[in-house]
Design a protein around this ligand. Sequence first.
Ligand SMILES: [Ca+2]
Length: 490
Amino acid sequence: MRTVIRNIHNRVDVFQVIPAKIPEGVPFYSIKILDDDMRNLNTVLQNEGNVLSDDGRIWISANFVNNNHVYDVKMRVRGDQPNHWENKKKSWRIKFNKNDLFSGMREMNLILPEDRAWFAELLNNKRAKDMNLLQPPMRYVAVSINNSRPMLYLEVEHWTVEMFEKQGRSSNIDMFKQSFLDTFKDISMWDTYIDSNSQNLHSLESANLLLSIINGDNARNSSVLSSLIDLLFFEEELALWYAHSLLAGDGHVVGDNVRLFYDYTLGKFVPVPWDVYLFEPKSITELPINPLWKTLFASAEKRLMTHKILWAYLSDQKRIDEDLQYANEQREIIESIIYKDTQKYQTNREIRKDLNRRMEQILANMSSLKEEISTSKAKVSWDTVLESKDENRRVVSIDVIAEGPEISSISKDDSFGDSSFYMDTGNSQYDETDILISEDVLLDPIRNEGNMYRFFIVGPYVTASGSNSLGIKIINSVTGKPATLELLSP
Ligand SMILES: [Ca+2]
């Protein structure tokens, strides 16, 4: 197949043969940039520091050819970090003419595949879509710039109103990007990607409210926090957002990867998983580092919701098999192009090793999460603190140390009898401030106030022989199975 490239700058037609080895279904783009423009760009980039400045974001004209159609485009390098633009192969943003969109796309990003952990980001993308979380369309493509051998790129549609509309979302949105500095303190550190409703300040008001919630005194009171957060988000979407990140070892949804848009139709913020990447497994007992999540998921209830989503996911073998098959298919596409990509930075040997490592990490994260969620341990000790035949009253204290990693729940069991069950409010003594318990109480191994809980069973006087059973049960809050207990008393 031959494609004609008409160079708009000097009107010289060149011919190019589409390489035969590109797998079916993988788009091939030929891009032509004038040598002078490329030289100028490289000169500018040589003066850049550790983060791409506005100077480095200069747009140059180019021809973009696909399927015998020549698009006049503007392009610039993209990506804050130098790995995106300091080497021969660079990450690009391409802007199409409003009247000549490419596949309905106004702007696309061509991202270095290694920067997105190869097939890992596409798997993240698939998982997010399966969870009904918004994702920009992405796929692998082969790109030749100025007749180079085909280079492998991850193509990601940019945040535009067109992208939202194509996915059946409202275009009545403002899209926010957190600062690279991850402050979550100051609204002036937020960038706006899309500002479809600049006359309406409601999204800014909501953003300010969000920051005040996170940084205010209420952040420490989990029930107040929950009700405030529920004004701004759909609770389940937040849990899905975090669950999605935990599947990839968490860790990267920080700084400017925290992407939110405000949907005026819904009157809510909607999270978008972005650049989630892939890491070694992280324990569910470690709180995430971005301030929004750290505040939110300090709540055992919110974490539990997330862990239940993960448990359902990881218990579904068909879903896991589909994930792995998808990752393997993407790996095949990657390998069919990348080893012959002469512009890339790494050696083929390094890439093969990295691809193997990435597949291992995907598996390790799933098995580690499954193992942790199915494990909840607790140490239990008890003591009779009052036994009075005269008052016909007995008080037994029960101390439970929640060791996790999963959250446990304590409740009365069928043999509890006519006694009352109380939770101590923190002074260690049985008194009138203690809370009468009728439902399950969560035992959180990473609770702010510490992982030791004290309870009291208050009932009629019984002889020692009748006090063998405490009448309580402790279960794994996610799986419902009995927790593993270490009994330390009396
Ligand atoms: Ca007390």
